[in-house]
Design a protein around this ligand. Structure first.
Ligand SMILES: Cc1cc2nc3c(=O)[nH]c(=O)nc-3n(C[C@H](O)[C@H](O)[C@H](O)COP(=O)(O)OP(=O)(O)OC[C@H]3O[C@@H](n4cnc5c(N)ncnc54)[C@H](O)[C@@H]3O)c2cc1C
Ligand code: FES
Ligand code: FES
Length: 479
């Protein structure tokens, strides 16, 4: 059996790769554009930056349907297995009534040329189904993954505010039971291998199968949210011969909290983590709030962020400052290593053949520790970091000296890096402006960052010091 099944237009759709013009790495965007009746979805950038290709994926989580907006240009066809694909053409009801989000966009003149409009409507539709907040700041955050060149965002935000303040049952709620039945039917009979002459795509059913296939196909690329790997296909036109997709593994999708530690499964998405760790890990919450866009956060996983070992991966400096550990597993062994030791060189991790990142364990810091994170990028939303940092300070409150300090930076070297010399200098010193004035030149001397399209070496070096100054100022404001 080489068939993929998902729901489109309220019926089960099948793609049989034995006899198909599509391959397992055809993106959902390309697939939809090839169908009659689904050309509302648009291609703008093919790399997750513009949102013109936004569709909604709905899953049954065992209790209810969950709807999330995603960039269809970053999704390979087998990632649809067992879910409902909803496009702009599905928003109208069977009796021809526009969906409330479509009416709101019309009423507030939210569209001019219309190229971005299907994507924006789909993002608003997912916000509608998730009973999203009507606060302007939250709406702007939700829309941050959708670019519009001509309308201006004010009418679009107004449309969102108006429709989100009157959420009612829509035709999706009415049909939910039917869809759940179809999804159960697909899941009782689902397939885990999709192949063509030159590609093999495997979706293991559980973790033990994932270890088995990881061992068997040692050269296969592991994917979870696919927000990094998809670009190999959409931008570099690479053929990926073997893929193991772990995005559906429930065993990797968890967040557990104890009094001392938060345990995050590697497959948990950035958005699912963001919404539950605000109180315990505010510095991580901040960093996840400025991570990509809603569409990216809905797919990107924690395991993928650390697994890609990018020097500008945003979670790594924060995890370093929190002294987090990475848990790696294979079929027989478990290893737990500090995040700092996990990244060994430029885009290289300590993962051994057969291993998978299982989870990240983050100690909940003592109340007397101050931990703050910073992201410097050209745009506030939807941008990769030029540099980022996370600092952790434990002071001796009796005499205002530094007990322990961690200064972790991203974008300043080939890997995330702590300013160890500066940390050593600060230890035991008075936490005063005089000390910071001496510390900043030491810190700036510790790094030789690259110059690249985002910025020059000099800018990065100056800003790295300024972030320490900013952190010092914030600690004064706090005390
Ligand atoms: C438009 C756009 C905006 C972005 N914005 C940001 C941003 O603001 N900040 C940021 O840090 N990144 C950003 N990224 C990069 C990317 O989204 C993140 O790195 C993301 O966390 C990757 O997760 P994923 O699940 O999609 O990884 P995938 O693409 O599935 O995989 C990435 C790598 O991790 C490996 N991997 C995945 N899971 C595991 C596992 N469990 N065990 C072992 N290896 C694993 C894969 O083999 C692969 O090498 C952006 C990307 C795009 C396209
Ligand atoms: S085409 Fe731009 S985000 Fe997909
Ligand atoms: S309406 Fe033209 S790009 Fe948004």
């Amino acid at each position: 059996m080489n068939k993929l099944q998902f729901i489109l237009n309220d019926t089960i759709r099948e793609i049989d790769f034995n006899n198909s013009v599509y391959s397992p790495t055809t993106t959902v965007l390309k697939y939809l554009r090839s169908l009659p009746g689904h050309k509302g979805v648009k291609e703008g950038c093919a790399e997750g930056d513009c949102g013109a290709c936004t569709v909604v994926l709905a899953h049954f989580d065992g209790k209810k349907m969950k709807y999330k907006a995603v960039d269809s240009c970053l999704i390979f066809l087998p990632m649809l297995q067992g879910s409902q694909l909803i496009t702009i053409e599905n928003l109208e009801s069977d009796s021809g009534q526009l969906h409330p989000v479509q009416n709101a966009m019309i009423e507030s003149d939210g569209s001019q040329c219309g190229y971005c409009t299907p994507g924006i409507v789909m993002t608003l539709f997912s916000a509608y189904k998730n009973h999203h907040s009507t606060e302007t700041a939250e709406i702007k955050k939700t829309l941050s993954g959708n670019l519009c060149r001509c309308t201006g965002y004010k009418p679009i935000v107004e449309a969102a505010q108006s429709v989100l303040s009157h959420i009612e049952e829509d035709h999706f709620s009415i049909k939910e039971n039917k869809i759940i039945k179809l999804l159960k039917q697909i899941n009782s009979n689902s397939n885990k291998e999709f192949f063509t002459e030159n590609q093999r795509y495997i979706k293991p059913f559980d973790l033990s199968e994932a270890y088995f296939y990881r061992q068997l196909y040692s050269e296969a690329i592991l994917i979870c949210g696919n927000t990094d790997i998809a670009l190999k296909v959409t931008k570099k036109n690479e053929l990926l011969p073997e893929i193991i997709d772990i995005s559906d593994l429930k065993e990797l999708n968890f967040i557990k909290k104890t009094a001392k530690t938060i345990f995050i499964g590697s497959g948990t998405t950035i958005e699912d983590i963001r919404v539950v760790i605000k109180d315990e890990l505010p510095a991580l919450y901040y960093m996840l709030s400025v991570f990509g866009s809603g569409q990216i956060r809905n797919m990107a996983s924690m395991g993928g962020n650390i697994g890609s070992a990018s020097p500008i991966g945003d979670t790594l400096p924060v995890l370093m400052a929190y002294k987090a550990k990475v848990v790696l597993k294979n079929a027989t062994n478990t290893r737990k290593i500090p995040v700092e030791k996990f990244i060994i060189s430029y885009r290289k991790t300590d993962i051994q053949p057969g291993e998978i990142i299982y989870s990240v364990e983050i100690p909940i810091p003592d109340k007397n520790k101050i931990i703050r994170s910073y992201k410097v990028s050209k745009r506030r939303e939807m941008d990769i970091s030029t540099l980022s940092a996370c600092f952790s300070l434990q002071k001796n409150t009796q005499n205002n000296t530094v007990d322990r300090i961690i200064l972790a930076y991203g974008g300043m070297a080939a890997t995330q890096k702590r300013a160890l010399i500066c940390e050593e200098f600060l230890k035991g010193k008075n936490w005063t402006q005089e000390t910071i004035d001496k510390a900043i030149p030491i810190l700036r001397n510790e790094f030789r960052p690259l110059s690249d399209a985002r910025s020059g070496e000099q800018f990065r070096t100056i800003v790295a010091g300024n972030l320490l100054q900013g952190f010092f100022n914030e600690t004064l404001a706090d005390s």
